[in-house]
Design a protein around this ligand. Structure first.
Ligand code: R5P
Length: 296
C-alpha cells in the first residue's frame, strides 16, 4: 500500500465518475472502493489506500445493501488510520419516513442516523428531505452534518438557459417549497406549491387550482422523483389548467425509463436532474458545490 494521502476521495463503482470529478476539484487523489459479492450475496469491501482525511463518496439510493458496504468501507478506512472520515452522500435515504406514521412502524430516519453515526465524523448531503425533522443535526447530532440546497445548485445551472420571465416554478406538493423557493428566488421567478394527497405508493392526487399556471411556462421543481407519480400528476394538471409548457427539474431522479416515457407522452418537454444518483436525466454536476462545502 502506498504512503498515506493527506486527503483522498474513495468512490464506489456506480458513482466513481462523480467521485473522480470531486477529487479533481479538491486536487486530491481518488481511489476505488472495491466491492466483492459472494455467491450468497454477502459483500466484502476493500480499501486500496490510506488517507488522513478520507472522503467517502456514495449516494444511498436503493439503500439497504449499500448502507452496510459504506459501514464496511468507513471501518476499513479507520483501521488504516483515517483521522477524519467524511461521508459525501448526495442522496440521503429514509428521510421521508420522518415520524412514526402508524403505530408499530420503525422511525426509519432516526434509526438510519444511529446506524451511520458511529462510523464517520462528518456527512454532506444534497437536499435531504427535511420536513418534520428540520435539520441534519436532528438526525446526526454528534457529526458535522451539512445539507446543501439542491434548489440553489439547480438555479445556477438554469441561469445559463434562457428562461421566460413569466415562468412559474411549481413545487408539486406542500413540502416542495424547500427546493422550489430558493430555485425561484435565485432566478427571480414566481413560485407556488400544489396540494398533494397520497393514497398509495403510486397513487397521488395533485391539486394546483390556486397556483396560477394559466398561459404560462411551468418548471416543476422537486427534491426527488421516485415512482414519478407526483410529477406526472402535477404535469398533467398543469396542462389541464392551461400551462403553455412544462419542464421538470429534480435534485435526485430515481424514476424508471417507462415512467419517464409517460412524462414525455403527457407533454413534459424536458427533465433534468443532478448527478448524485446516476440517471439518464443527469445534467447538473454536483462536484463544484460539494468541493466548496468540503473546503469549508
Ligand atoms: C415527497 O415528499 C417528495 O418531496 C417527493 O415529492 C416524492 O417523494 C415523490 O415521490 P413519487 O415520485 O413516488 O411520487
Amino acid at each position: 500500500m502506498a504512503e498515506k494521502d493527506k486527503t483522498a476521495v474513495f468512490g464506489f463503482p456506480e458513482t466513481f465518475d462523480q467521485a473522480t470529478a470531486l477529487a479533481q476539484k479538491l486536487k486530491a487523489p481518488v481511489h476505488h472502493v472495491e466491492v466483492h459479492t459472494f455467491p450468497d450475496l454477502e459483500t466484502r469491501v476493500r480499501i486500496p489506500a490510506a488517507a488522513n482525511h478520507a472522503v467517502l463518496y456514495r449516494s444511498l439510493d436503493h439503500p439497504n445493501p449499500k448502507i452496510f458496504e459504506v459501514v464496511q468501507a468507513a471501518s476499513a478506512l479507520r483501521d488504516l488510520g483515517a483521522e477524519k472520515i467524511t461521508l459525501v452522500c448526495p442522496y440521503l435515504p429514509y428521510m421521508r419516513q420522518d415520524k412514526v406514521f402508524h403505530k408499530g412502524e420503525a422511525f426509519s430516519q432516526m434509526l438510519f442516523g444511529k446506524i451511520i453515526t458511529p462510523w464517520v465524523d462528518a456527512i454532506i448531503a444534497v437536499e435531504p428531505h427535511l420536513h418534520r425533522t428540520r435539520t441534519m443535526a436532528d438526525v446526526f447530532p454528534t457529526l458535522e452534518a451539512v445539507a446543501l440546497s439542491g434548489g440553489d445548485i439547480m438555479a445556477d445551472y438554469f441561469h445559463r438557459k434562457r428562461i421566460d420571465k413569466d415562468t412559474l416554478v411549481l413545487g408539486p406538493d406542500e413540502e416542495a417549497w424547500h427546493t422550489a423557493k430558493p430555485f425561484a428566488e435565485k432566478l427571480n421567478l414566481e413560485w407556488a406549491t400544489a396540494v398533494k394527497k397520497r393514497k398509495g405508493d403510486r397513487d397521488v392526487e395533485v391539486d394546483i387550482e390556486n397556483a396560477g399556471v394559466e398561459g404560462r411556462p411551468v418548471i416543476i421543481v422537486d427534491d426527488v422523483i421516485s415512482s414519478g407519480m407526483t410529477v406526472f400528476e402535477a404535469a398533467k394538471k398543469a396542462y389541464d389548467m392551461g400551462a403553455s409548457t412544462v419542464e421538470v427539474a429534480a435534485v435526485h431522479a430515481l424514476v424508471d425509463s417507462q415512467t419517464l416515457a409517460a412524462f414525455e407522452q403527457a407533454g413534459v418537454v424536458w427533465v433534468v436532474s443532478c448527478d448524485g444518483v446516476p440517471h439518464e436525466t443527469n445534467k447538473i454536476p454536483l462536484a463544484p458545490a460539494l468541493a466548496k462545502a468540503l473546503k469549508g
